[in-house]
Design a protein around this ligand. Structure first.
Ligand code: NAI
Length: 333
């Protein structure tokens, strides 16, 4: 199958080439992000392979379908960036990688918690300048604290398990309680209770119309003063401006982000010699109690290997058996 692979970096090439060695698909590796402007690069391809910040809205899908693309293979679990109704109408099958390493994301999430709490990022910079003073580095024991996990699917349950291991009380909110979470002692409570009682709130639900700006002004006001908020899920779960106000008043004591509402224009690129035009991001970067990583929580060898292997397996299945070759959670539409 001829596949136009968008948003590729050298590391994607390595893992995809390895997974494709025996399958032998004709992968056309493209650096640009998929957008209305770049969709024409898929001309002649049977399928498009896309990543998290590629645009799969209706205008792009219209162009892809018109050029003969019948399959979109996502190299991600989340598919909030796909207009599923438009894909269905156009007869474009969409498949994804429903699970590649929940541990990768969960471990990065806990890394953000520990770094923020013990100010490891600041301590590292101080020690490099031979400043061994501890003032300003005071943290708290996670042991005995309450951690609220919003969304206890594959990633949320890993986070719950790790935090239970730290000796935390773990609360959770999810419309579908997970027996694996219950087995590690997680207590399901309404979101309002979770926000009121948690010292750390961590988000692991998908971005949907219902969860857009789940954390807004009103929900921030329900949180414990000085709460630590972590978002490794999708940027738009959080109303960035409301969070900035929460940081300024001190209601939010620590903020750890691996995702950002307007990350499409920023993340995955080296912009170090450019002027940043995003004022909200610039403001966030000025707080000493904010730690931001550029959507790297998934980025482990194991996850990259699994993403490539499942993507190639999805392509194989559709090539051999048609759209119905992919079933279950890997099939979006
Ligand atoms: P999952 O589908 O296994 O779990 C999501 C859970 O959220 C489900 O249990 C669902 O019932 C729950 N949920 C849905 N709406 C909710 C709501 N309003 N309140 C509370 N819970 C709700 O998904 P998984 O694999 O755990 O991934 C979670 C999210 O993590 C993905 O949607 C994706 O956006 C993000 N992600 C981020 C990565 C990164 O590199 N930063 C990498 C992979 C995923």
């Amino acid at each position: 199958m001829r596949v136009a692979v968008f948003s590729t970096k050298p590391y994607d090439r390595d893992f995809l080439d390895e997974a494709n060695a025996t399958a032998g698909h004709d992968l056309v590796l493209l650096e640009p992000r998929l957008s209305v402007e770049t969709a024409a690069l898929a001309a002649g391809a049977d399928a498009v392979c896309a990543f998290v910040n590629d645009d799969l809205g209706e205008p792009v899908l219209d162009r892809l379908a018109a050029s003969g693309v019948r399959l979109v293979a996502l190299r991600s679990a989340g598919y909030n960036h796909v207009d599923v109704a438009a894909a269905t109408r156009l007869g474009v099958t969409v498949v994804r990688v429903p699970e590649y390493s929940p541990h990768a994301v969960a471990e990065h999430c806990v890394g953000l918690m520990l770094t923020l709490n013990r100010r490891i990022h600041r301590a590292h910079n101080r020690v490099r300048e031979h400043n061994f003073a501890l003032t300003g580095l005071l943290g708290f024991d996670l042991h005995g604290k309450t951690v609220g996990v919003v969304g206890t699917g594959k990633i949320g349950v890993c986070v719950a398990r790790i935090m239970a291991g730290f000796g935390c009380r773990v609360l959770a909110s999810d419309p579908y309680p997970n027996p694996e979470a219950l087995a590690v002692g997680v207590e399901y409570v309404p979101l309002k209770t979770l926000l009121a009682e948690s010292h750390v709130v961590t988000l692991h639900c998908p971005l949907t119309p219902e969860t857009h700006h789940l954390i807004d002004e009103e929900r921030i006001a329900q949180m414990r003063p000085g709460v630590m908020l972590i978002n490794t899920s999708r940027g738009a779960l959080v109303d960035t401006r409301a969070v900035i106000r929460g940081l300024k008043t001190g209601r939010i004591g620590h903020l750890g982000l691996d995702v950002y509402e307007e990350e499409t224009e920023l993340f995955f690129e080296d912009l170090s010699d450019q002027m940043l035009r995003d004022d909200d991001f610039s403001r966030l970067s000025t707080f000493p109690n904010v730690l931001i990583t550029g959507h790297q929580a998934f980025f482990t060898q194991e996850a990259m290997h699994n993403i490539a292997a499942t993507t190639i397996a999805n392509l194989d299945a559709v090539e051999r058996h048609g759209p119905d070759g992919v079933t279950g959670p890997a099939r979006v539409c």
